[in-house]
Design a protein around this ligand. Structure first.
Ligand SMILES: *Cc1c(COP(=O)(O)O)cnc(C)c1O
Length: 495
C-alpha cells in the first residue's frame, strides 16, 4: 500500500516519498509525516534471521513506496558496506545489565552514519525520479555529529554540494577537527558565533527565503536538507530497532513477542521518534525512555505537558544533545493532536513566538508510551566511571546520559523489562570528557595521547575515523556571525 507524506501544518499538502526526501521541509515549514504507519511485513521470527541489509529493505520498502526494489536495494548496498567496521553494522553489547546497541560503527563513528550513509543515495535516486535538473545543495546545521556524517556521505557525490554550519564553540575538539579536515570540492564548512539553535534557526530562515530560492534556481541550484527532519533520515533509523529486537530473539535473550524497553539519548528527537514508529509498526516495545542532559526541555515536557524553550542554553559534555528546540517533536505533537494540522500549527506558532506551548490533558494521556528523564554532568560522568569499573566497557558521554536515566527509571518503577540502550557515539569521539570521567588525571594529556590511552584501557582499537584526522590538514577555516549565514551561502555558490 502506497505511503504518502503530509505536512504537519497542512493536510492538503501531500507528496510521494521521493519528493519529501528532496524537499526535506514542506513549503509551509511543516515536517512531512507518513499518512499511515505500515505494519511489520514479516513475523519477528522471520526478521530475526535476516542481515542488517535485509531488514533495511523490509522496513524501508514499506515507507519509500515510490522507489523500485532495484533502486532501494542498490541504495542499501551502497550505504551499509565496508564503510562500517563490522558486518553486523549495529552490534549489541551486553554490559551493566542492559544491551547497548552500538550505532557508531560507520565512517564518522556516531549514530548519524546509520542514516547519512544512505541519504545521499536516496537523494540522488529521488532527483532522478523527479527529473530534477538543478544541483542539490544540502544545507545543514549541526551540533557536531550530523555535520561530519553528512559531509562524509555527500563529499564527491556528483550533482550535490553541501554546506555545514556548526557552533564554533559548541562542539568537541575531535568533532571540529573531523569537519574542518573534510576533503571534497563540493563541501563547505562554516563555524558560527552562536549556539546550535542559532545555526538551526538560521538554516530554517534560509530554507524559507523565497528570493534566495529563485536566485538559486536561475543559477541551477536548489536546497535540500540532511537534517534529521528529512524522512530520508527518519526511515533508515527505524531499521536498527527492528534489527536489535531480532538479534535478541535470535540469541535467545528474549522470546518472540516479549517486550523490550528502549532508551535513547535525545536531542532533536529524531532517533527516539524512529523507535516510536517501530513500536507503532508492531515491534513489542514497552517504554520509550527519552534521556536528556542538562538541557532538559523534553524531560519537563513529558512531566508537565509544557514545552518551554525559554531557559539558559547549557554547554555540556554531550554536545549533540545540547538543543532547546527539538524539531522532530513536532511530528509527535501532530500525532497526539489526532493528526490535526491546525492544532499543531498553533503550538508551533506559539513556540516561534513566545517560545512555549502547553498541550491539552487529552494529548498528555497519549504520551504514556514515553518516560522522560535527565542526567546532570556529574551523574553522566559517574555513570561512565561506574560501568568502566564494573565491566571494563567504556561508553561515550551521550550514551552515559541514557544509561544514567535508565538506572533512575528502573529504580523508580521496578520495571525489569530487558532494555536496549541506543549507544550513539564511540567514546573516541569524546575522548577527553570520557577519560576525565574515568579519572581527572587524564585531563592533563593531549588529545591524541588520550586516544591512545583510551585504546589501551578499553582494549578497543582506535577507529579509522580517528586515525585519519591525526595528520589531516585543515581545509575549512570560515567563521561568521549568526546573521551572516546567507552571505556565506552566496559566497560558496557564487551567487
Ligand atoms: C545526534 C545525536 C544525538 C541526538 O539524537 P536526536 O536524533 O537528535 O535526538 C545523541 N547522541 C549523539 C552522539 C548524536 O550524535
Amino acid at each position: 500500500m502506497e505511503v504518502l507524506y503530509n505536512s504537519t501544518r497542512n493536510n492538503k499538502i501531500q507528496v510521494k516519498a521521493s519528493e519529501a526526501i528532496l524537499k526535506g521541509l514542506s513549503d509551509d515549514s511543516g515536517l512531512f509525516v507518513p499518512d499511515h504507519i505500515p505494519a511489520l511485513p514479516k513475523s519477528l521470527k522471520e526478521l530475526s534471521g535476516m542481515t542488517y541489509q535485509e531488514v533495511a529493505y523490509e522496513i524501508m520498502s514499506l515507507y519509500l513506496t515510490d522507489f523500485t526494489e532495484e533502486e532501494l536495494k542498490s541504495c542499501i548496498a551502497n550505504a551499509y558496506d565496508s564503510k562500517f567496521d563490522t558486518a553486523e553494522i549495529a552490534p549489541l553489547v551486553q554490559a551493566d545489565g542492559v544491551y547497548f546497541l552500538e550505532l557508531f560503527h560507520g565512517a564518522t563513528i556516531a549514530f548519524k552514519d546509520m542514516a547519512l550513509s544512505i541519504l545521499p543515495h536516496l537523494m540522488i535516486a529521488s532527483a532522478r525520479k523527479n527529473k530534477v535538473k538543478n544541483e542539490i545543495v544540502i544545507l545543514t546545521a549541526t551540533s557536531g555529529d550530523t555535520g561530519k556524517a553528512a559531509l562524509a556521505g555527500f563529499a564527491g557525490v556528483e550533482g550535490t554540494r553541501i554546506i555545514v554550519f556548526y557552533p564554533k564553540s559548541g562542539v568537541s575538539p575531535i568533532q571540529e577537527r573531523q569537519m574542518v579536515t573534510q576533503k571534497g570540492e563540493n563541501t563547505y564548512v562554516v563555524g558560527i558565533h552562536g549556539n546550535f539553535d542559532d545555526a538551526q534557526s538560521g538554516v530554517k530562515r534560509l530554507f524559507a527565503d523565497k528570493e534566495l530560492a529563485e536566485r538559486m534556481d536561475r543559477q541551477g541550484y536548489q536546497f535540500s536538507s540532511a537534517n534529521s527532519i528529512n524522512i530520508g533520515r527518519l526511515v533508515p533509523q527505524i531499521v536498527y530497532y527492528v534489527y536489535a529486537y531480532g538479534k535478541l530473539l535470535a540469541d535467545g535473550k528474549i522470546g518472540e513477542g516479549d517486550k523490550i524497553n528502549v532508551v535513547v539519548p535525545t536531542g532533536n528527537f529524531g532517533n527516539i521518534l524512529a523507535a516510536f514508529y517501530a513500536k507503532n509498526m508492531g515491534l513489542p516495545i514497552n517504554k520509550l525512555i527519552c534521556a536528556s542532559n542538562d538541557n532538559k526541555v523534553l524531560y519537563d515536557f513529558f512531566r508537565t505537558g509544557v514545552y518551554d524553550k525559554n531557559r539558559e542554553f547549557v554547554l555540556t559534555s554531550s554536545p549533540s544533545m545540547d538543543i532547546l528546540i527539538s524539531s522532530n517533536l513536532e511530528r509527535l505533537v501532530y500525532r497526539i493532536a489526532g493528526d490535526d494540522p491546525e492544532k499543531n500549527r498553533d503550538y508551533m506558532n506559539a513556540l516561534g513566538g513566545a517560545g512555549k506551548y502547553e498541550i491539552t490533558q487529552e494529548m498528555r494521556e497519549k504520551l504514556t508510551d514515553f518516560y522522560g528523564g535527565f542526567a546532570s554532568e556529574e551523574e553522566a560522568a559517574q555513570t561512565i566511571r561506574a560501568i568502566q569499573k564494573e565491566s571494563g566497557y567504556i561508553i561515550d558521554t551521550h550514551t552515559a546520559v541514557a544509561a544514567c536515566v535508565y538506572h533512575k527509571y528502573a529504580e523508580e518503577t521496578g520495571d525489569k523489562t530487558p532494555a536496549v540502550i541506543a549507544s550513539t557515539a564511540s567514546p573516541y569521539k569524546f575522548t577527553r570528557s570520557v577519560m576525565k570521567a574515568i579519572d581527572e588525571k587524564y585531563d592533563a594529556m593531549g588529545d591524541f595521547d588520550l586516544v591512545d590511552e583510551l585504546s589501551s584501557l578499553s582494549k578497543v582499537a582506535v577507529p579509522r575515523a580517528i586515525e585519519e584526522i591525526r595528520s589531516a590538514p585543515v581545509v575549512h577555516d570560515h567563521v561568521c556571525e549568526k546573521d551572516e549565514m546567507k552571505q556565506a551561502v552566496e559566497t560558496f555558490l557564487g551567487l
